[in-house]
Design a protein around this ligand. Structure first.
Ligand SMILES: Nc1ncnc2c1ncn2[C@@H]1O[C@H](COP(=O)(O)OP(=O)(O)OP(=O)(O)O)[C@@H](O)[C@H]1O
Ligand SMILES: [Mg+2]
Length: 242
């Protein structure tokens, strides 16, 4: 029997046979505004209920901004940082050339995948984390990194497996490439979850699709979901036809 990790997203675990298989590396793909950061943070938040501490690697915005956004959903992040149950890795600040260090875990050069991995490992060990979110992996690929996206993902996957963690890697898609993940990384992921926003009758509709999930049966249907003031809710008993 595989151990399953609860996502914390009402309705989602039903789509994947009760939860995400432990030690998976999941790509969470979607275009702008589809709810990737919210989904990923909700996953970290759920871990706190079962003593599975979480690391959030911020590549897209400053950790302070992320904390603020999450507090809007009622997720009091700072309190859990003080208790060493959540930790942020700042892989954002250095990229915009600011030198002041606000954070405990900082990646100085995101084009250096070895440094990135080391900082991540230190953060995981510091709080004995079991869950990791990297938001977004795409930012690592588009920097001056000499390593190919496939090799970056491979290195991160090995590290996460060795640490015994389960990870969500946010994968940003632009509207043109909506269907794909690009760069041959989709084969390496243990699971792929796609979030979508589509216009129908003058209205944007949110939907979620589990594209792949190794080690378990899963829904192959497109389900509607909503973002509420408490976070994401998936309607596992409803199907959306595009
Ligand atoms: N309190 C809230 N209640 C309902 N919906 C909200 C709330 N806060 C944010 N949203 C919705 O969530 C969307 C943003 O979600 P999120 O930041 O998770 O998307 P994302 O996929 O990470 O986007 P990006 O690719 O731009 O980072 C907003 O555009 C808004 O529609
Ligand atoms: Mg985001």
């Amino acid at each position: 029997m595989i151990k399953r990790i609860k996502s914390g997203i009402p309705g989602f675990d039903e789509l994947v046979g009760g939860g995400i298989p432990e030690r998976s590396v999941i790509l969470l793909s979607g275009i702008a505004g589809t709810g990737k950061t919210t989904f990923a943070f909700q996953f970290l938040w759920e871990g706190l209920k079962s003593d599975e501490n979480g690391i959030y690697v911020a590549l897209e915005e400053h950790p302070t901004q992320v904390r603020k956004n999450m507090e809007d959903f009622g997720w009091n992040v700072r309190e859990f940082e003080e208790k060493k149950k959540i930790a942020f890795v700042d892989a954002f600040t250095s990229a915009i050339g600011k030198v002041k260090e606000y954070e405990k875990f900082i990646v100085q050069d995101i084009s250096d995948i070895n440094e990135f991995t080391e900082v991540l490992k230190n953060a995981v060990k510091d709080i004995s984390a079991k869950r990791i979110v990297v938001d977004s992996i795409t930012t690592l690929f588009t920097s001056r990194t000499p390593t190919t996206p496939r090799n970056i993902l491979l290195q991160l996957k090995r590290t996460i497996y060795a640490l015994g963690c389960t990870a969500i890697f946010v994968n940003q898609l632009n509207t043109a490439e909506r269907g794909s993940g690009g760069a041959g990384i989709e084969h390496l992921a243990d699971g792929i979850i796609k979030l979508d926003l589509t216009e129908s009758n003058g209205e944007l509709k949110r939907s979620i699709l589990v594209w792949k999930m190794k080690g378990t049966a899963h829904s192959l249907k497109r389900h509607p979901f909503e973002i509420t003031s408490n976070g994401i809710v998936v309607f596992s008993d409803r199907i959306i036809n595009l």
